[in-house]
Design a binder for this molecule. Structure first.
Ligand code: F6P
Length: 539
């Protein structure tokens, strides 16, 4: 058991402070400070973080910063940006920051300046997207490409899917379709009613071995070949991968491949060619603005003092809630339908990264790590699970994410949307005081962040995602875990392969599950094998 952290001076000071603060209501913590908003707000260009609705005072922030310093956050931050192999289990660097670096300052990895590689790939993306947009890249029959289908899963899906939707207002062509699920419904729905001669498949897989992506890509390839013949593949398939051999074996020529690098983790990879489908939709200029936004957050993270550092503060507040106040879940509540996919993206980013209870050196932790992340776009969520947020037995922390500018020019929607967001944060914090005419009181005391974007543009969006990336990293440093691997997921993947392929199970565990895999359908089941789907893009 690793109790180094929990027996450290900074941790003990926090425990004592939490004990004192727990006697004061959240309402009083907030209202006792006349400068509360000024003290609990950080602004970086078009992004504002308000953390007034937490049970914290300036002393809490001091003590949390001491914890971060004690755990060597500044040194770890340098190691991250410098390209040290801090993903120790896989002996890899985690250099997503190099993907968006704006200067030519070399970043050397095993003696090679990877900034030059990044620039080259960006340039290739630009040429390819221009060719596609201006009709120089055509399908096998000479028709220009109208439909783009991204096939990938996890980090090879969630980032580009989120970006393409979030930045719809900046799109230069219609949105791509995204296929991720192994359930054939996903690919079958995407292929319904589209012309293969006008369709481009972008197969995104760092490993090119992920079962879901392979199977969906194979189904797409068969569909294309049946209609246009095998020669059509080179006109209709692009791969983004770190495994060029597998991509080639699949039938995609090297000139149709964009590299991914081992030094980028899947869930941190939107800024690489993994974002190709989003870049096709948004245009390369907007894609680069998104990267610039992320680079601005990188510089802020690198240089701002800990107490004024947005990702650091966001992370420390979560540590406070999770470890000192024992809050087990965190809701992500974007008040923007275009950010609807943010909760799912953050589920992978936070839970795949920090969903580990062993430290880097393999010791079990005696403290909690990543909370459950879930969410839904506001106001839709208000009419499903918010009652539980307000008065459920468990206390949950929330991030409210709102956009100030009404770019659709619908004040009749936008003002009440923002009013609802603020009202929810207030109600969660302050609860309900009974009056002669209203129902029973309840306590409130539920913390939240307000994250407000001036407008939903590529730059601010890039800052927002990088904010969360660095928050996850800071937490991993304090919890002493490697946030860049995913051994549990890898085990599940390999078990599924061995279970599916072994006709005769070779071990007791496989035999146990195999019974269910091969269970015959009931005699009354209607075995309609040709699924009829109503129309394309039904989802
Ligand atoms: O979910 C596990 C995982 O390895 C993720 O980390 C990754 O984003 C996803 O699978 C897809 O992997 P690949 O890009 O190799 O297909």
């Amino acid at each position: 058991m690793n109790s180094r952290l929990t027996s450290s001076p900074a941790w003990k000071n926090l425990l004592k402070h939490q004990e004192e603060l727990s006697r004061i209501s959240l309402t009083d913590v907030i209202l006792n400070d006349p400068q509360r908003l000024e003290n609990c707000e950080l602004i970086l260009k078009g992004l504002r973080l308000v953390f007034a609705f937490h049970r914290v005072t300036s002393k809490t922030i001091d003590l949390l910063s001491q914890l971060a310093t004690q755990e060597g956050l500044e040194q770890w931050r340098t190691r991250l940006f410098r390209g040290d192999k801090i993903n120790t289990s896989e002996q890899r660097a985690a250099l997503h920051t190099a993907l968006r670096q704006t200067s030519d300052q070399p970043v050397l990895l095993d003696g090679r300046d990877i900034i030059q590689d990044v620039k080259q790939v960006r340039q290739r993306m630009r040429v390819f997207i221009d060719d596609l947009t201006e009709g120089r890249w055509r399908g096998a029959t000479g028709k220009p490409i109208r439909h783009v289908i991204n096939i990938g899963i996890g980090g090879s899906d969630l980032g580009p899917r989120l970006a393409a939707r979030a930045l719809t207002a900046h799109a230069v062509r219609s949105a791509p379709l995204f296929v991720a699920n192994l359930d054939a419904f996903d690919i079958v729905s995407a292929l319904k009613n589209i012309d293969p001669a006008e369709t481009l498949f972008v197969i995104v897989s760092k490993t090119f071995t992920t079962l879901e992506t392979r199977r969906n890509a194979e189904t797409a390839r068969q569909w294309l070949v049946d209609r246009l013949g095998p020669k059509a593949i080179e006109h209709h398939f692009i791969a983004v991968t770190a495994n060029q051999n597998e991509g080639q074996a699949f039938g995609i020529p090297p000139c149709n491949m964009f590299p991914m690098w081992e030094w980028v983790g899947g869930r941190f990879s939107l800024w690489s060619a993994v974002g190709l489908s989003a870049a096709i939709t948004l245009g390369m200029d907007n894609f680069e603005k998104m990267c610039d936004g992320a680079a601005t957050m990188d510089q802020h993270f690198l240089s701002a003092p800990l107490q004024k550092n947005m990702p650091v503060i966001l992370a420390l507040l979560d540590i406070w809630n999770r470890n000192l106040c024992h809050i087990n879940a965190h809701a992500v509540l974007p008040y923007s339908e275009r950010l609807r996919d943010l909760p799912r993206y953050l589920q992978q980013l936070e839970m795949e990264s920090n969903g580990k209870s062993t430290t880097r050196d393999g010791m079990p932790t005696d403290y909690a790590t990543a909370p459950l992340i879930f969410g839904e776009s506001g106001t839709v969520g208000q009419h499903s699970f918010y009652q539980w947020l307000h008065q459920g037995y468990d206390i949950v922390a929330s991030d409210f994410i709102g956009v100030k500018e009404d770019d659709l020019n619908h004040p009749g929607h936008h003002r009440p949307l923002l009013a609802n967001m603020l009202a929810q944060a207030g109600a969660l914090a302050f609860g309900h005081v009974a009056t002669a005419t209203t129902s029973a009181p309840y306590a409130g005391g539920r913390p939240s962040n307000l994250i407000i974007l001036e407008r939903l543009d590529p730059f601010n969006f890039g800052m927002l995602l990088a904010l969360y990336e660095h928050k996850v990293f800071v937490q991993s440093v304090i919890w002493g875990i490697n946030c860049f691997d995913q051994p549990g997921v890898e085990l599940g993947k390999s078990m599924a392969v061995s279970l599916e392929s072994a006709s005769t199970p070779t071990n007791r565990k496989d035999a146990f599950f195999k019974r269910f895999l091969d269970l015959p359908l009931g005699v009354t089941t209607n075995r309609n094998t040709s699924l009829k789907l109503p129309c394309n893009n039904v989802i």
